[in-house]
Design a protein around this ligand. Sequence first.
Ligand code: PLZ
Length: 446
Amino acid sequence: MVVMTRAFQIPQQRQLKTELPGPRSIALQQRRVASVSRGAGTLANIYMERGDGAILVDVDGNQLIDLGSGIGVNTIGHAHPDVAAAAAEQASRLTHTLFTVTPYENYVRVAEKLAELTPGDFEKHSILVNSGAEAVENAVKIARKYTGRRAIAALDHAFHGRTNLTMTMTYRPWPERAGMGPFPGEIYSVPTSYPYRDGLSGAEAAARTIDYITTHIGATELAALFVEPVQGDGGVVIPAPGYFEALREFCTENGIVFVADEIQTGMARTGAWYAMEHVGIVPDLVTTAKGIAGGFPLAAVTGRAEIMDAVQPGGIGGTFGGNPVSTAAALAVLDIIERENLNAEAQRVEATLRARIGNWTERFPIVGEVRGIGAMFGIELVHPGTREQNPEALTAVIRYATSHGVIPLDSGSWDSVLRLMPPVVISDELIDDAASVLEEALASVG
Ligand code: PLZ
C-alpha cells in the first residue's frame, strides 16, 4: 500500500544555531515573568515561532525535535497545510453562531464521524465542547443524570483536568490541587493496575479495584467509573492484561456507566483511533480532545444514544463548544489520519522506539522500565538497584535534552517518568537522533 505522507517545508532535522534558550527566548522570558502568572509553569523556556512535521523552530532559528506534541495534540505533525487551509477558509466565512442558537453542518459532521470512529456498533450521540476537562465534566453530568446516582470513581494516578470537578478526579494533590479546595463531594479515587509498581495480574488488580468500590462506595451508588486506557500524565501507565475487561463486566452487571477518557490516547496516538480498541473494550461514553483538531480547541463526549439523550434539552451546552473553525480543523485532521494512514505510522513509531530504546533498562541503572504503545512511551526513572522514584534524574534528563534541542515530556505521580509522544509523522532518523541525545542525558545523570 502507498502511504501518502506529505512533503515537509522545514527539513526534518535538529539544528542548533545558538545555545538553548537563545537570546530572543531569554528576552521573552524576562517579559513573561513580568506579565504571566508563575502558576503556569513551563517545561523549557524556549519560545517557539513555527513548526512542521516533528520539528519546532524557535525564535532564534533553532530547529528542535518535538517528542511531546504539546502533550499529545499535534499527532498529525505541526502546521499541516490542509488543516491551515480548512480553518482559514471557515474563518473567512463564519466563525460563530453558537450551535444551540442557530446550528451549522460542521458540528453535525464531527458528531457523525465520532459515532463512526468510537468503539461499539450502536447508535451514538455526541456533545462538543472546548477542552478535555469540559468533556470530562459533561460526562459526569450525563452519567449522573442517566443513572440517577451521584458517586463518581476515578483511578489512582488519573489525570482528568483542572476545573474544580476534574481536579478532584485528578489523582495527585501536588501541584494540581494543593491549596485550591474546597473540592466537590462524591468523587472517589480507587486503586488501579500499575504492573511495575504493584506486581498484580489484571485479574488481581481488578479484584482490588472492585473490592474498594463495593466497600467504600457501593456498586449500586456508583454513577460512573472513569478510566484512561493508558494514563498519560500519570506516567504512561498501562494496566495489566485483563484489567479493563473485568472492570467493564463489573460496570455492566451493576449499571455503572463505563467512561473511557481517551483525551490523550485517542486519534491515532496509540496506533488506533481509540486505544480501547487494543483490548476490545466498548465503553458507554468516550471523551475525546487534544489530537482531534490539530491544536484548535475542541473536545467531545460520545456515547450510547440513550445515555447521551438522558439530559433534558438545554441541560448541557456552552458558548464556544464545537465552534465552526475548530470543527472545520477537526474534519481536516480526521481526513488526514485516514488518508496518510497515521494509525500505521504510530505503529511504525512504536516499532522503531522499541528497537531503539527497549534495552535502556540494561544500559542505564536509573531506568527502571521502558513501556509504551504506539507513539506513547514512558521511561520510569529510579534510584539504581531499586524501584524508588527518581524525580531529580528526570529534571536533569529534561534539562539536558531541552538544551540540546529535544523536547520530551515529564509525567508520573512522582514526576519520575520521561514521556515521549512525538507527532506520529516523525521519521525513523529523527527518532534515532533524539534517542542519542536522551542517551547522553541518561549517561550524564547515571
Ligand atoms: N483527560 C486523559 O490527558 C490533559 C494536561 C496539561 P484539557 N492532559 C494534559 C496540563 O498541564 O493541564 C487531559 C488528559 C486526560 C483530561 C485532560 C484535560 O484536558 O484539554 O487540558 O482540559
